[in-house]
Design a protein. Structure first.
Length: 129
């Protein structure tokens, strides 16, 4: 099932942040209000501008992560009454944008996210050996 974004933001670094209303009804007049923010980031050589990568380093990153990678952030509030749902969702979105919006809009964010995800997976692979 295709989800329709509650809000879409085209960021200066060329990626799109999509915010979804993933709320669900849990009673006759109560909701779990859920805001999910996502951003797909294709893993391409042009993503890595801070560090020059050899072809083999890039290939290892691409093989480890796949493409695209996804940034995902979720906020939720439980037991929200029907008449409060929309206001609570809007508050969650605004809180996310105020607290995290500048961080994900930073031009270095996609590269840093990819490198962090890569390093985390490499460390996890080493621990399993």
């Amino acid at each position: 099932m295709e989800r329709t974004p509650y809000r879409k933001l085209d960021l200066d670094h060329g990626h799109c942040l999509e915010i979804f209303d993933d709320s669900r009804k849990i009673g006759a007049d109560a909701w779990v209000v859920i805001m999910t923010a996502t951003m797909e980031i294709p893993v391409e050589t042009s993503l890595f501008t801070s560090e020059s990568l050899s072809d083999s380093e890039f290939d290892d990153i691409l093989n480890t992560l796949g493409s695209p990678i996804e940034y995902r952030y979720r906020l939720e509030r439980n037991m929200i009454m029907d008449h409060e749902k929309d206001a609570v969702l809007e508050n969650l979105v605004n809180t996310f944008l105020e607290n995290t919006g500048r961080y994900v809009a930073n031009p270095k964010f996609p590269e840093k996210l990819a490198l962090k995800e890569y390093k985390d997976r490499v460390e996890k692979r080493k621990r399993k050996k």
